[in-house]
Write a protein that binds this ligand. Structure first.
Ligand code: GLU
Length: 414
């Protein structure tokens, strides 16, 4: 079933294939029995729902959505909900697996999950978006809950959509359940610092005057761009789903945000040259932040990337073939599960605050976030040197080992 209007996208490497290849690379470094290795890799549960929504023109449209729990070994599952025409079961599976490794690497008491609806949210009215969200929340409520599976924003979703999910779940329960979802508005139990957290750690890699290109101008890319700008970096290129903009003299991301609020896209921002998303990735720069979607840096373009450092704001932006090319060329890749983990860490803080009904200041949030990220980064760098592997493989070895250890201690039921 293919619901709704679809936007043409180039064929991308299958994300699930990518996730499996990455997992196998890491798992080969660990003494895992075959059955344990198999159990670690396959998604634990997968829910597919087809559901109707009343459209403004009086018609009814059926949409397809998913919620996948990859691993429940370390705790309740955690992971975002994505609204995009790309969404399919394999994409959600891969994203759920990456959440398992990200949570394990950051020592969060969570397994990994992900959800999504195949829809272009920009083509829906606000009313349609709310009805779709409330119906999808109801459909997945059989597997979601504050003690079992806690969604959050991802590509194409935001704090308003989280508010509708929280409200829908609460209406069914008869009382407010803020801890069922994170990334909510602060007024209903969201956390200080959540919005900026996903991108915050890119600061560590920022150098005064470094030239930066950011692909994607959503929840992660826009924040990464202005935080890096505030740190003295020169943002020379930016892009959204339509196209990119380039100005070697640098541009102000906050001014671009204002421009996008008016025009709906980055193209045409005064003083910039328009480039395609492909050209954007190959622009001369020191740091490249792919913060759009998976499968952007591939065998086809990895050799042309000029950046010396790649900080993965998106999940899965680099394919395993591209990883090999970049490693050979000495490009320093900070992998997704390390680079963008700030978001889920502050999600964890939000959940803890909601469960305890006691809220922390932004200073407290940042003071707790910092040591978790620094410790994970040091651990990954140390293990990479020990095993003589790249940072992605190191991060995955670390994370998979943590889940495997917990699984062995828990034992196989019955
Ligand atoms: N979607 C975000 C991610 O990929 C956040 C997940 C969460 O906070 O649960 O990490």
């Amino acid at each position: 079933m293919k619901p709704g209007p679809t936007v043409q996208v180039p064929t991308r490497e299958d994300p699930w294939e990518m996730a499996l290849r990455q997992f196998n690379r890491a798992a080969d470094h660990l003494p895992l029995k075959r059955g344990i290795r198999e159990f670690l890799v396959y998604p634990h549960r997968e829910l597919t729902v087809n559901f109707p929504v009343h459209m403004d023109d009086g018609s009814v449209r059926v949409f397809t959505g998913y919620r996948v729990h990859h691993s429940t070994v370390l705790g309740p599952t955690k992971g975002g909900i994505r609204y995009s025409t790309h969404v399919n079961l394999n994409e959600v599976r891969a994203l759920a697996m990456w959440m398992s490794w990200k949570c394990a690497l950051m020592h969060l008491p969570y397994g990994g999950a992900k959800g999504g609806v195949a829809v272009e949210p920009k083509q829906l009215s606000r009313g349609e978006l709310e009805r779709l969200t409330r119906r999808f929340a109801t459909e997945i409520s059989v597997v979601v809950g504050p003690q079992s599976d806690i969604p959050a924003p991802d590509v194409g979703t935001n704090d308003q959509i989280m508010a509708w999910i929280m409200d829908t779940y609460s209406m069914h329960r008869g009382h407010s359940v803020p801890a069922v979802v994170t990334g909510k508005p602060v007024s209903i139990g969201g956390s200080a610092g959540r919005r900026e957290a996903t991108a915050a750690r890119t600061r560590k890699f920022a150098l005064e005057g470094a030239q930066v290109v950011v692909q994607g101008f959503g929840n992660v890319g826009s924040v990464a761009a202005y935080l890096l700008h505030d740190q003295g970096c020169r943002i020379v290129g930016l892009s959204d789903v339509y196209s990119g903009i380039f100005n070697p003299a640098g541009l102000d991301p906050r001014a671009v945000l204002e421009y996008v609020a008016q025009t709906g896209r980055v193209e045409g921002f005064p003083g910039t040259q328009t480039v395609t998303n492909t050209e954007l990735l190959e622009l001369p720069c020191d740091i490249l932040v792919p913060a759009a979607i998976e499968g952007q840096i591939t065998r086809a373009n990895a050799a042309q990337i000029k950046a010396k450092i790649i900080v993965e704001g998106a999940n899965g932006p680099t394919t395993p073939d591209a990883d090999d090319i970049l490693t050979d060329r000495g490009v320093f890749v900070v992998p997704d599960i390390l680079a963008n983990a700030g978001g889920v860490i502050v999600s964890y803080f939000e959940w803890v605050q909601d469960l305890s009904s006691l809220f922390w200041t932004e200073e407290e949030i940042n003071a707790r976030l910092e040591p978790i990220m620094v410790q994970a980064f040091k651990g990954v760098v140390r293990l990479a040197a020990e095993r003589e592997v790249d940072l992605r493989t190191s991060a995955l070895i670390y994370a998979v080992r943590r889940v495997a250890d917990a699984l062995l201690v828990r034992g196989i039921y019955p």
